[in-house]
Design a binder for this molecule. Structure first.
Ligand SMILES: NC(=O)c1ccc[n+]([C@@H]2O[C@H](COP(=O)([O-])OP(=O)(O)OC[C@H]3O[C@@H](n4cnc5c(N)ncnc54)[C@H](O)[C@@H]3O)[C@@H](O)[C@H]2O)c1
Length: 320
């Protein structure tokens, strides 16, 4: 299969590129390198003619010609402005990338007669503050930030293009993803942030009292969901939750990370950040039955693998 991955130099995108290449596919990666890095594509660059990277912004007019030349069967759309707080500070920029960029890509995709688009939706933000957990994927979207609103808009555009043009669109509403290539300087990658701090002897701080929970899912399980979504029958379309259904508190996660590193560490506590939800976990029963997908990596194991990767990355480049 010929695949095009937007956000290819980012955390999840670069892991997806590696998996697609390992499965024997030809991959074109697109990224404007705003938060991503070509260092994440070092393994992919070894795939020779099977992989090409193009530095391009998804909002650029030239994207249309570029997708036409790449002529992919499947487009994986992961490029995004991913910072919730930035979306509050600058909702125009967030909407430009996450809404208009998505429309630009969908236009390019339908003109290039792409068979399927698989979109990285946000399961952590699309449901707002759900009344019961784990949240069912039939639950109505209730975005409470510009980021969440723009990501849901992307799902709706994909739904519209599926109906209009027969292009099959699958949105994967991802829980909190962690694993190798996550940016420890980012806003959301708490495993990478705590992990790099504890590995280098720096203090850690928790916003709130540490009891807030998230559904942490390891990146290889997420990548597997993208691969299965691409291969699913044409009639499979819509939004599917991708998480574990389990909740881990920030304090439990901190403890798991400290154990994986082999240190005893006490975090400091800061006031909870405005707008943060208390708890989230995603019910994935429909995803399991429709995509024949299962999360396989338990959080303790995934944290261990991530710390191993971080150790190597820190040894190679202490700036990490
Ligand atoms: N990480 C998570 O827990 C999580 C959870 C839910 C959804 N998602 C979604 O998954 C996708 C990937 O997220 P990630 O965690 O890998 O973040 P990331 O920041 O590592 O990856 C995003 C990539 O998109 C690129 N990009 C940003 N703006 C662009 C533009 N205008 N044109 C081209 N490229 C652009 C960045 O340079 C980066 O490489 C995003 O769509 C995000 O909304 C992530």
């Amino acid at each position: 299969m010929r695949a095009l991955v937007t956000g290819a130099a980012g955390f999840i995108g670069s892991n997806l590129v590696e998996r697609l290449l390992a499965d024997g596919h030809d991959v074109v990666g697109i990224d404007n390198l705003r938060t991503g890095s070509t260092a994440n594509l070092a393994a992919a660059e070894g795939a020779g003619a099977h992989f090409a990277f193009i530095e391009c912004d998804i909002t650029a007019p030239e994207l249309v010609g570029l997708v036409a030349v790449a002529h992919p069967e499947v487009v994986f759309h992961l490029a995004a402005q991913v910072d919730v707080r930035k979306s509050v500070a600058d909702p125009w920029y967030d909407a430009r990338v996450n809404v208009l960029g998505t429309v630009n890509l969908l236009e390019a995709s339908r003109r290039a007669q792409v068979r399927r688009v698989v979109y990285a939706a946000s399961g952590g933000s699309r449901y707002g503050r759900p009344e019961s957990l784990p949240v069912q994927q039939e639950t109505a979207a209730s975005p409470v930030s510009p980021y969440a609103a723009a990501k849901v808009a992307g799902e709706y555009y994909l739904h519209a293009y599926t109906g209009l043009y027969g292009m099959s669109g699958v949105s994967l509403a991802l829980a909190n993803v962690y694993g190798p290539h996550q940016d420890p300087h980012g806003e959301a990658g708490v495993v990478a942030i705590f992990g790099s701090a504890l590995l280098t002897g720096r203090p850690t701080a928790i916003f709130g009292d540490g009891s807030a929970t998230r559904d942490y899912i390891y990146v290889s399980d997420v990548v597997d969901a993208f691969v299965r979504a691409a291969a699913a029958p044409a009639e499979v379309a819509g939004t599917f939750n991708v998480g574990t259904g389990l909740q881990t508190s920030t304090l439990q996660l901190h403890e798991l990370i400290a154990q994986a590193i082999g240190v005893r560490a006490r975090p400091s506590y800061r006031p909870a950040r405005a707008g943060e939800i208390d708890a989230i976990a995603l019910d994935c029963a429909t995803t399991v039955s429709t995509l024949q997908w299962q999360p396989r990596v338990a959080v303790r194991e995934g944290v261990g693998r991530t710390i191993e990767w971080l150790r190597g990355a820190l040894a190679a480049s202490p700036a990490v």
